[in-house]
Ligand binder design. Sequence first.
Ligand SMILES: C[S@@+](CC[C@H](N)C(=O)[O-])C[C@H]1O[C@@H](n2cnc3c(N)ncnc32)[C@H](O)[C@@H]1O
Length: 301
Amino acid sequence: MNGPTTGDPRHVPVLPAEVRHYLAPAPGQIVVDATAGLGGHSLLLAPHLGPEGRLLALDQDPAMLDIARARLQGWPVSCAQGNFDQLRQVLDERGIERVDAILADLGICSAQLDDVQRGFTFQQSGPLDMRMNPEEGEPARTLLKRLNERELADVFYHYGEERFSRRIARRIVETRRETPLETTEQLAELVRRCIPRPKGPRPTIDPATRVFQALRIAVNDELAALEGLLAALPRCLKPGGRAVLISFHSLEDRRVKQAFADRERWQALTKKPVVAAEEEVRDNPRSRSAKLRAAIYRPVV
Ligand SMILES: C[S@@+](CC[C@H](N)C(=O)[O-])C[C@H]1O[C@@H](n2cnc3c(N)ncnc32)[C@H](O)[C@@H]1O
């Protein structure tokens, strides 16, 4: 069987050795990569499944899935577009009862961030969209128009831990009376103007970062989707099957930790979240905030 020949230097999968170790892919297994992205983790897993095995690569973003599909050509992989909170239905549609392992590497990947037209980045000006699936839901600019001041402040505070959430929300409401907020540049500038410059050295992260993260979480209803996935796992895994989840902020990690603490269902393999070694963080900055938790599905009967 031919393996893929092209690599994409832009996206390096996080915690590759740890994902392989905890997911333990083996010949003949059915494995789900619930967040295919650029196919980085899928490419690591597919070679372990042998000709009888199968990898199902899922992503809600059709553009990412196209890239993953191209990179995974030659391996026993099926690709599916959809939200991972619908994983049970995705398996039903393919006649798959239960699978051996499920991986989810949450958040967005570099290709989404780099595409200015998707609106995830404030490094250049683009439309305020931020939908992972551009066919579904409300773009960020509509959310910024629709939510009232209090709701906006709550989004920034709860999903971004932004200390100046109220001030930013007030400024958004004042501004949108005069001019609609349509671009990432407008929003980033507005946020920067609301946040006092700290004394001492320049901050290493842009003050707009937390608001952008919060909006992305709200636009894609990311926490509800994660809860949907966590609820679906026991309905999708074989007893003895493995789940590996990689989170990038405490709101996600807390939910994964709570789910795996249910001893009637899960045997946790990681007491504490596994984090990237210094060397990986140096080579792949995205790994800095990655937290991996793994568990075996062992229902008490
Ligand atoms: C961090 S990237 C995954 C990168 C991938 N592991 C790799 O190595 O290339 C996360 C991907 O998950 C997808 N995603 C995020 N939330 C999702 C959801 N609820 N359902 C399906 N896909 C989702 C995003 O569109 C993105 O492509």
